[in-house]
Design a protein around this ligand. Sequence first.
Ligand code: ZN
Ligand code: ZN
Length: 362
Amino acid sequence: MFPFFSYYQFLLFFFFLFLSRPCFPAITIPESVTVLTADNHSVTWHGLDRFLDAAKGSNVNGMSELKRYFHRFGYLPISNTTTNFTDIFDTQFESAVNLYQTKLGLPVTGKLDSDTITTIMSPRCGVKESKSHSLHSVGHFAYFSGEPRWVRGSSMTLKYAFSPSNMIDYLSLSDIRMVFKRAFSRWSSVIPVNFTETGNYELADIRIGFFRGDHGDGEPFDGVLGVLAHAFSPENGRFHLDAAETWTVDFDREKSKVAIDLESVATHEIGHILGLAHTSVKEAVMYPNLSPRTKKVDLKIDDVEGVQALYGSNPNFKFSSLLESENSSNLAIGLESRLSKWTFSFSLLLILYLLHMNSFFL
Ligand SMILES: [Zn+2]
Ligand SMILES: [Zn+2]
């Protein structure tokens, strides 16, 4: 009987090995950690994993750089008495981490856990998260302070133009125009606002251009990845993209690992132009982060509710169709998780059966 017993023990070992993988995924730091060092101008986030699980009281070399990042996006104020950050994880930094985790829809642990480190490493929009602590700032969409919006007549048309001198040469103007036309139409399909292109850059409501490094508005770009773009709240209309990024309109044509989808960023920045700040809903277009080689162009319920509260609804827009499309994608996710639960249950039953057989033969 002994050899038989060994055979099932061996089988069981493999079942547990198999089961342990999907149920307890290892903490991994994404590849982008090396990608982010691709340019001298960008913040060098290599070795960010050394901050993993740092918490109040920790003293890690280079923590001051991380504090500068939190300061850059409005999470950590500089007091009048101190201009330099220390490497110590103090109470003030703990509050900043808590706030960052809340605003980015992460579990609020107050520690630099793997979710938080991964989010810090991923490229993002340069617009600071909203300071507002109103109902609208936590859990979903948010507005800029004072909730500014464009005010025109009853039928609002905003004109946009591309900079005559600050564009990129590796994408054709017709491709860029097409992408922006689609991005604007996504927003105009849900609110009673039209967008038309004009050749008059100076007089346009929305002025779009690609800029490098310090470009005179106090919000310098940082080279490859890091900050991708920024746009100003109503009725400013400035819409700036970091010229150092590898912008693409087609991932089949552009194979770069750091390629950024122009249409996704355009759709996001138009949200700012209209008056939306960042949301904490990860699936929404107005979430601040976007990974390279990722397309995220469809407005979600959170985006639509946010912008319609400012401008009202387009009479042709039907919420039911949006609900339907979101429900079907949620259904797919639900089905996937149910399938994995089912696989788990089936494996468990099989193990119990084998154990039963084992005791029977013993
Ligand atoms: Zn943004
Ligand atoms: Zn700018």
